[in-house]
Ligand binder design. Structure first.
Ligand SMILES: Nc1nc2c(ncn2[C@@H]2O[C@H](COP(=O)(O)OP(=O)(O)OP(=O)(O)O)[C@@H](O)[C@H]2O)c(=O)[nH]1
Ligand SMILES: [Zn+2]
Length: 333
């Protein structure tokens, strides 16, 4: 379900006027009825890796797509050389409608708001219980992004050998959030049932601050043999700081994990402030007494009195307010 307005990069290809008038574009344009369907696994400097059947095909965007982007998770139609052989290049001629779009706001590494993952249905917010310390406000930002994109959030609490999950679960447990607790020792011993159950049959985008153990986690989950090319290129030792996310299959066709590059921030400038409250379901009932179109960051906001009456933790209101006031900043402090 798309709960958000149309985004410029999802607009249909604009048909430009034809100044010479000699080639009606629409009737001459091939319909690509013979195109194969594929899924975008990663994008690297304009080259897309598309899974077509069981082949990884390298492709570029066809000119007719114009400014429309194809991102990881997109279902696309491809034509041309689909052999997947070295040095072959196919063309993506169509991007199918997305069931969801996870966006990130422009920041100093990237001046444009972008869709980073298409068609995911779950957002795994990976947080270490220690080293680095959990950052609740970053979690809140990720939750806002998840709700906005229509993804179910999943809290993944790593490094449970270093600290107890209880303090965090006290806060987030109230929100009826799905969560799993992991530690490296178990992951490396193949004890991954709890998290696999959560991922099974779903397309899950993983986000997390650098160092939280996301790579350790993803490596224990995915089937490394199957997509050797792209996996080695992107997760191997030579991993360059790729701007793209990477889709990796779970064994037994049990779903997809979409690894995203270390999220240091989760800017939310693209999200309507009135929607931020939905990521705070513990506070939402308290807005019943708010003035119309309350920003929840103004003197008349009913939340202060409601929280003071003990209906929710003051720290949660503080978190909401900070998020609202720093919404267009990149830090997820
Ligand atoms: N104690 C402990 N350390 C862990 C655990 N999981 C991962 N680590 C360590 O934490 C460090 C970071 O782990 P990575 O998996 O590389 O983390 P990442 O989130 O992918 O980090 P970036 O690659 O920087 O994005 C490594 O030294 C891991 O060995 C855990 O459960 N417990
Ligand atoms: Zn309010």
């Amino acid at each position: 379900m798309r709960r958000y307005g149309k985004n410029p990069d999802e607009d249909d290809v604009r048909v430009r006027p034809n100044p010479k008038g000699n080639r009606p574009r629409s009737s001459n344009r091939p319909k690509h009825e013979d195109a194969a369907e594929g899924m975008v696994l990663t994008v690297d400097r304009g080259r897309l890796t598309v899974l077509v059947g069981d082949r990884e095909v390298t492709a570029v965007k066809a000119r007719e797509l114009g400014r429309k982007s194809a991102v990881v998770g997109d279902r696309v139609a491809v034509v041309g050389d689909l052999s997947g052989a070295k040095d072959t290049l196919a063309r993506v001629v169509r991007v199918e409608e997305r069931s969801s779009a996870l966006r990130r706001t422009a920041d100093d590494t990237d001046p444009f708001e972008r869709v980073v993952v298409a068609n995911a249905d779950q957002l795994a917010v990976v947080t270490a219980l220690a080293d680095p310390e959990p950052r609740p406000r970053l979690i809140d930002r990720c939750l806002v992004a998840a709700y906005d994109a229509g993804l179910d959030p999943l809290l993944v609490l790593t490094k449970s050998d270093l600290a107890s999950p209880e303090p965090l679960l006290e806060t987030y447990g109230m929100l009826d959030l799905a969560y799993v607790v992991t530690r490296k020792e178990d992951l490396e011993a193949g004890e991954i049932d709890a998290i696999r159950d959560r991922l099974s049959g779903r397309v899950t985008a993983f986000v997390g601050h650098s160092g939280v153990g996301k790579t350790t986690l993803v490596n224990s989950l995915v089937e490394r043999q199957r997509l050797t090319g792209v996996v080695n290129a992107v997760t191997g030792r030579g991993r360059h700081t790729t701007v793209s996310a990477l889709a990796l299959p779970l064994p037994d066709d049990a779903g997809w994990v979409i690894d995203t590059p270390g999220v240091r921030s989760f800017g939310l400038a693209h999200i309507d402030p009135s929607r931020v409250i939905h990521a705070f379901p513990d506070l939402e009932p308290g807005t019943a007494g708010c003035p119309r179109a309350c920003s929840h960051d103004e003197p008349d906001c009913a939340l202060d009195a409601w929280v003071a009456e003990g209906h929710a933790e003051p720290a949660r209101l503080d978190s909401l307010r900070r998020l609202l006031s720093t919404r267009d900043r990149k830090e997820g402090d």
